[in-house]
Design a protein around this ligand. Sequence first.
Ligand SMILES: [Zn+2]
Length: 423
Amino acid sequence: MEPSDELDADFDELFKDDDGAELDLTERIKEADAPVVKMANLILLQAVERRAEEIHLERHAERLVVRQRVDGRLHPHMDLPVKLQNGLMARLKILACLDIAERRRPQSGRFSMQVHGVPREFHLFTLPGRLGESLLIRIVPPAGSLPPLDALDFSPANLARYQRLLASPRGLLVHAGVGDAGHDETMRCALQALAGPERKLISIEHAVFCSVDGVIQMEARPELPMDAALHAALSQRPDVLLLSEIHDLAILDLALKAALHGCLVLAALPVREAPAALARLLDMGAPPYLLAEALVGVCAQRRVRRLCPVCAEPHALSREEMKLLRTDQPVRRARVAAPDTPSPCPACMGLGYRGRLSIQEVLEVTPALRERLRAAASTSDLAQAARAGGWEPCFEDAREKVLDGRTSLDELLCAAPPDNSTE
Ligand SMILES: [Zn+2]
């Protein structure tokens, strides 16, 4: 799209109330007078229509760059003239009720809008830079879109293991994942599955990104740090507690004590693999006897891209690939269209992938593994005991998902290369 030069903001127009009564974003675009208001609405609308998770507006040397993150990858969306920067940033900040005069400190806020008849929420974060402010807008999935546990891509064996762990009346269940691995969503889906009139559920999160019905969701913030929030939550006698991250020994200590006193604690840990999570908890200084007593299991996960069901093509394996996948049958791979392809696959816009798929490993703490934990054994010893108890590394789950055509060998090698998953 070529933005017109007339798009320069008339500053007063930015404050015009075009929110109307529940106007849909498509209507707002038709009704907005100021071009910069129209442009802000268009950026939001196109991101939602392309299933983007995030919008990034960044000031580069000679242009304002707009990118969208779709299925975990950033894609260029449009370049705008630098003179639009102030008006566009101001308009978006007004929507999120932020101070538009403040450009030297980071700010964050939220706003919601109807998009194609569905209420959608946007979280906006500003970042001051040398050339001006940049913006990140995270697009919250529609309310009520948390899937049930059996739609989270678990293999039947892993789902059975995970459900056994969730059925524990008490204990610490660690959800391991690094970055955007999907483990946060798994924990929220678990809370949703556990919610009911006979249970009290509390979550403590860095930022409440998605609401879960029947759960008291607390937000840790500078004036209410995680440990203070956790103390307050424990005084409410929860049956299930969610912690968005165990980042120090103080939090781990409280989580272990809560787990020993009758609470099921679901907690995230930034580690890629399940045996490494056990080692990390020991390294953080958890007393081995307490950890052995309280820990019930670890669910570790990563995300890969899901092959486009319309345009994926067969791929004959090389000798090395056959050895890796333990098959001589062809698998499917992505058909990625060149950027200037006139009519790319409409299902995936020529990206070759559509949506994402989780690959998981679920470790249950067996009596033998509990003994190793009590002895603070090495990671390889812990992994050996875990394997004996039925745990399989992520690579095995990813391999199955390549063989049944849900993802590609390229995605497997990127997310779960065999060397890193067989320690
Ligand atoms: Zn396609």
